[in-house]
Design a binder for this molecule. Structure first.
Ligand code: DX5
Ligand code: ZN
Length: 214
């Protein structure tokens, strides 16, 4: 699969509806929604109050990426707020399984995420228990960072683990994705590419999305 999920973190929040209309017109597949709590990551983005307008104005599925401690307290509220998928960080919890169950009970797709300093092998036991794994290709917390090249080998590794088990688990990549590296990422086995600054910072965001998909 070759999906593009622009990250709303890089949108113009003063003109959010306009930016979402652009996403609706574009070839983007999902809208990636970055929620940061100032504790799991050294930055605070936004929370529930923005889920409502995003659901209202955006026709694409909302792919929620929680960068928060205690995701077990909030995953259900994000499901109720209209998330199409909800992901949280493996390294933020002791046991992800009961939290995945909370999301599944809401009929929402699940995603487990790891930062670049977490061993990708730690995802393997969960490959058959999630819809998607998200490999961060920058440290979670800020848009506009440089892609970490070591991510490539991690994609190939996790892709082969998924294939060996005959699973359909998707691989999402988040951080430093742009029109230059999108092709290599898809060829290495990525299914979904998140792109913030490379979309909303582009002269022609719709064209940037199209080029990443091509
Ligand atoms: C970073 C977020 C990313 C971010 C990507 O913590 O998870 O989704 O918005 O931004 P770019 O594409 O600019 O690296
Ligand atoms: Zn993200």
């Amino acid at each position: 699969m070759r999906l593009i999920a622009p990250s709303v973190l890089s949108a113009d929040f003063g003109h959010l509806a306009q930016d979402l209309e652009m996403i609706n017109r574009s070839e983007a597949d999902w809208l990636h929604v970055d929620v940061m709590d100032g504790t799991f990551v050294p930055n605070i983005s936004f929370g529930f109050p923005l889920m409502e307008p995003m659901r209202k104005y955006c026709t694409k599925p909302l792919d929620v990426h929680l960068m928060i401690v205690h995701p077990e307290k909030y995953v259900e509220r994000f499901c109720d707020a209209g998330a199409w998928s909800v992901g949280f960080h493996l390294e933020a919890v002791d046991d992800p399984l009961p939290i995945l169950d909370l999301i599944k009970a809401k009929g929402v797709r699940t995603c487990l995420t790891i930062n670049p300093d977490i061993d990708v092998k730690r995802l393997v036991p969960y490959l058959d228990k999630v819809d998607m794994v998200l490999l961060m290709s920058v440290f979670a917390g800020f848009g506009g960072q440089k892609f970490i090249p070591e991510t490539m080998d991690k994609i190939r590794f996790i892709k082969s683990e998924i294939a060996q088990r005959g699973l359909k688990t998707l691989i999402e990549i988040d951080g430093g994705v742009n029109t230059e590296n999108a092709r290599d990422l898809f060829e290495a086995g990525a299914d979904v590419l998140v792109a913030g600054s490379a979309v909303f910072g582009a002269k022609d965001p719709e064209e940037a999305i199209k080029r990443m998909k091509a």
